[in-house]
Structures are given as structure tokens and as C-alpha cells.
Design a protein around this ligand. Structure first.
Ligand SMILES: [Cu+2]
Length: 277
């Protein structure tokens, strides 16, 4: 024991190590206090990769389903479902007006919403991310999710108990509903892009049917978040080549209530520390 201890001391006394050990304290950028360390860690959160649900391992799938279950049992999942059910947040197109507020908020609002859910899941298991359901590649309800049909208690005046069900259409029908996606991805301006994408998104909610087809219950289906991660991924893909095309929002309209995130923050997914693969 003593020998080992002395060996370690000798290693620590190595001039090279001593130089490196003191360098950060000589007015350099290194942390000086434990508060500095904490701030440093906060400033460099781990990047989380959102993968296709097809590419998740069995472990990743059961981890995700487990985290959903714990979040649901805590009541926090139901609170998120209640937030999405409140159309007062103007998060979907409500009128045919070209400049409809909900249409302008649809993408940034749901980006924040999925991120809030993902962060809540990560508090339960730090390795969880929300995978995306690429409905052009996996033209069915992902088979590993087909048995995941939770019962969700939603608080509030409009709340209640939601027993998640689905009544998906055929594969051919799903293909037909997504047929215009390539055209949408070629849109030149933000409003054309979001109008096309929100429309396809609506058609997929309807294709899944039952819980997913009703605005007041949709977010109770875990599949909702995989669907919206895909919508978010498509927005991110399009935005890479259309950096100057962003939702026209100012003042309170740009605040993604009930959160305080504003629209400019939502333009870069790096601000939320996730990426797509
Ligand atoms: Cu949706």
C-alpha cells in the first residue's frame, strides 16, 4: 500500500504534471471555484442526438418507454398534454388567412414543446432522447410502439382521463398523405414551407386516428412526440438551406408561451443541445 501511495506521489511530482496542474490557475481561463466548475458544465451541456425510431436499440426503446411511464405516473406528462390542448397558445393554423398567427407559431412552438418533454424524460434517464418517426421510411405505426397505449390523467378544467387508442389507416393511404413532401421541401419561403408541412402533419394525425386525431388528446399518445420530432427534423433540414427564412413574429407573438423562449432562439437547435442523425 505504502509503495503504491509513494508511486502516485512521485507521479504527481513529475515536473510536466506540475506545470499543467498550475497552468489553469495562473490567470488563465480555467475554473477557480466550484461555482466556476458548475458554470462551466452548464455552459457545455452534452449534445443529445435524436435518431430515427427504426435505429434505436432494444435497450434504448425500453429506456424511452420506461421514462414515459415514470413521467406519466408523476402527473407531469398529463400537464404537458393539458398545455397542448389549450389552443390559447396559438400553436396551430386556425384560419385561412395567409398570415395566420398559429401558422407562424406552429414550428417554433412545437420545437419548444418537444424539447420540454425531452428534458423531462432526461431528468428520469439522462440518456433518453426523443426519436423521430420518419413516416416516409417506416410507413406504419412503429411496431415497437404499437403496444404502448398509456392511460393519462390530464389536470385542469378541460382535463380528464385519456386512454390512448389508435386506428391507423393502410400503408398505401399513409404514402398518399405524404406524397407532397418533396414539393414542400422545395418551398422557397417560410410561409409556403410551413403551410405545406403543417398540412401533411395534420393528415398524419388523422391517419393515426383516435387519440392522435383530436387536438385535446393528441399529445397523450407518445407517438405524437415522435411525429413532431420528425416535423421538427424536416424544418431543421429545410432551414439549413434557408437560413434567412424564419417565422414572421414580433412582440408577444414571438414568445412561445407558457414558456419564455422567444422565436429567434428556436431558429438554431444547437440552443436546445440536440441534433438529428
Ligand atoms: Cu401535431
Amino acid at each position: 500500500m505504502t509503495q503504491l501511495f509513494e508511486h502516485q506521489l512521485a507521479a504527481l511530482a513529475h515536473p510536466d504534471l506540475l506545470v499543467r496542474a498550475t497552468a489553469a490557475h495562473d490567470g488563465g481561463p480555467g475554473p477557480r471555484t466550484f461555482a466556476d466548475l458548475a458554470a462551466l458544465r452548464r455552459a457545455q451541456p452534452v449534445e443529445k442526438v435524436r435518431k430515427s425510431e427504426k435505429d434505436l436499440t432494444d435497450t434504448e426503446r425500453s429506456r424511452l418507454v420506461g421514462a414515459f411511464t415514470v413521467l406519466n405516473q408523476s402527473g407531469d406528462f398529463g400537464k404537458l398534454v393539458a398545455i397542448h390542448a389549450d389552443m390559447g397558445h396559438h400553436q396551430h393554423r386556425m384560419t385561412n388567412a395567409p398570415d395566420d398567427l398559429g401558422a407562424r407559431r406552429f414550428l417554433p412552438w412545437h420545437r419548444v414543446f418537444v424539447n420540454v418533454l425531452e428534458t423531462a424524460l432526461q431528468r428520469i434517464h439522462s440518456d433518453v432522447t426523443v426519436p423521430y418517426w420518419d413516416w416516409t421510411a417506416d410507413q406504419q405505426v412503429p411496431d415497437w410502439l404499437s403496444g404502448v397505449l398509456p392511460t393519462v390523467v390530464v389536470p385542469g378544467a378541460m382535463g380528464g382521463v385519456i386512454r390512448v387508442t389508435r386506428s391507423p389507416g393502410s400503408q398505401q393511404d399513409l404514402r398518399r398523405r405524404t406524397a407532397k413532401l418533396d414539393e414542400v421541401m422545395r418551398s422557397g419561403d417560410f410561409m409556403s414551407f410551413v403551410d405545406g408541412l403543417e398540412h401533411i402533419h395534420d393528415l398524419i394525425h388523422d391517419w393515426v386516428g383516435a387519440t392522435m386525431s383530436d387536438l385535446s388528446t393528441a399529445a397523450a399518445d407518445p407517438l405524437f412526440f415522435l411525429h413532431h420530432a420528425n416535423v421538427d427534423r424536416l424544418w431543421w433540414t429545410w432551414h439549413v438551406t434557408h437560413q434567412n427564412e424564419n417565422p414572421p413574429l414580433t412582440g408577444d407573438d414571438a414568445v412561445m408561451d407558457p414558456w419564455r423562449v422567444t422565436e429567434p432562439t428556436t431558429r438554431d437547435i444547437g440552443n436546445f443541445h440536440y441534433s438529428y442523425r
